[in-house]
Design a protein around this ligand. Structure first.
Ligand SMILES: NC(=O)c1ccc[n+]([C@@H]2O[C@H](COP(=O)([O-])OP(=O)(O)OC[C@H]3O[C@@H](n4cnc5c(N)ncnc54)[C@H](O)[C@@H]3O)[C@@H](O)[C@H]2O)c1
Length: 384
């Protein structure tokens, strides 16, 4: 039996305590795939909470003291602090030869994100972002429908993320840090933009070429609470709207192909397919619609998304096993930060259209697209 991965957590707040810890605790049982041996948090009350959950783990007041004492006995560091500290903590961990699992957004500037990837390559250690929405059961259903090819290649996506408040951090520290730019690096775009963009890359089977964005801020906060953007891709258009001022907590996504569409509302999926009948139904003709409903319980109301973490952690372990230091997820995490940064610039300049093909952005290698998703004239190589 291979020995368990030995990990430490830095930042034992809401996501670490409610989202990651239950999976670690489960793995630390029979399977022994992972051991959490150390935890650091700058807040005394959170160190106490960490000790209660992991009584055998050693607890430290900051990442530097943890790494100084423990690095030689660790395989990876799980970074779950607010975003502005991710880059510095990742740099310290990679410098000590540890793999890094990092909460989103991976960094708050593109420069930091690029440096993190470069450092991981040079250190020959894995850097892996917590892009957990891909692991939501309902998102996996969408992926499987796309793989079946029943709606054809996707050329239009709308994405709406409604929240009636900003997400709150743990009470014992600064529950409203998402409204403090110095800690968060931005508002809802910084907090949620990564989820929006990496899902868009997957559904459009491509990376964007232009964007335009707008944002607004209410009540004198220094981070935005409403954000909208339109991205163009070689394959089509994505329009996204994110809000912390909505009347309800909900996600609503629509994906449109030339043979049908998928509508997601939290855990409900509606598949609409234009039945071709004996002949081919011309695009735009009334045709015959077949509707199919599926439910994929995804526990959207629980912001810790704890049920999605196991499958994400398995991918991190897989990347370590394959020595895939900077994989597609890490490159997409970097691209997400590039897009967030450029979206802020667009919004500040009256929604100026930003060209993303100006050569300044590193793009992941071309997406490998399953055959059924490619329409006439669209080969995998065409998808930049
Ligand atoms: N993937 C998801 O679905 C998801 C959901 C929630 C939060 N997150 C991300 O997780 C991260 C943390 O968010 P949260 O909601 O858990 O916040 P939180 O405020 O609940 O937790 C942050 C913890 O980090 C500690 N901390 C702050 N600075 C530190 C530092 N420099 N060193 C050590 N400890 C430090 C705080 O004391 C606190 O315990 C953010 O990047 C956030 O975007 C991701």
């Amino acid at each position: 039996m291979t020995r368990p991965l030995r990990g430490a957590i830095v930042g034992y707040g809401f996501i670490a305590g409610r989202g990651h810890a239950p999976t670690y605790a489960k793995h630390m049982g029979n399977g022994r795939a992972v051991e959490i041996t150390a935890i650091a948090d700058i807040c005394e009350a959170r160190r106490q909470a960490a000790h209660e959950m992991f009584p055998l783990a050693r607890v430290y007041p900051n990442h530097a003291s943890l790494l100084a004492a423990e690095a030689g006995e660790l395989d990876f560091l799980d970074i779950a602090t607010p975003p502005v500290d991710h880059a510095e903590i990742a740099r310290a961990a990679l410098g000590r030869g540890l793999h890094v699992l990092c909460e989103k957004p991976m960094a708050t500037t593109a420069e930091d994100a690029r440096a993190m990837l470069k450092h991981a390559r040079e250190a020959r250690r894995v850097i892996f972002p917590c892009h957990n929405y891909k692991h939501a059961p309902v998102v996996k259903v969408v992926r499987s429908i796309l793989n079946e090819g029943v709606i054809g290649p996707v050329h239009l996506v709308t994405m709406q993320t409604f929240r009636n408040t900003h997400a709150k951090g743990v009470e014992e520290w600064r529950p409203d840090w998402r409204r403090e730019r110095a800690l968060s690096g931005g508002g809802i775009a910084m907090d949620h933009g990564s989820h929006t963009f990496y899902l868009a890359f997957d559904w459009m089977a491509a990376y964007p070429t232009t964007l335009t964005a707008h944002s607004s801020t209410t009540n004198g906060h220094d981070t935005e609470d409403v954000f909208g953007c339109t991205l163009t891709f070689p394959t089509g258009v994505v329009s996204a709207h994110l809000s912390w001022t909505a009347g309800v907590r909900k996600v609503m996504y629509t994906l449109h192909g030339n043979k049908g569409a998928i509508r997601v509302e939290d855990e409900d999926v509606e598949l609409a397919v234009l039945e071709a009948g004996p002949g081919v139904v011309e695009p735009g003709s009334p045709g015959q619609w077949r509707f199919e409903h599926r439910v994929a319980r995804s526990d959207w109301m629980d912001a810790s998304h704890t049920g999605w973490f196991g499958s994400l952690f398995d991918e991190f372990r897989g990347a370590i096993a394959r020595s895939e230091y900077v994989g597609k997820d890490a490159m997409e995490a970097c691209l997400c930060i590039e897009l967030i940064e450029r979206a802020y610039r667009s919004a500040a300049e009256g929604s100026r259209l930003v060209d993303l093909l100006d050569g300044s952005i590193d793009r992941p290698a071309r997406l490998r697209v399953p055959r059924p998703l490619l329409g006439p004239g669209r080969e995998a190589e065409d998808l930049a």
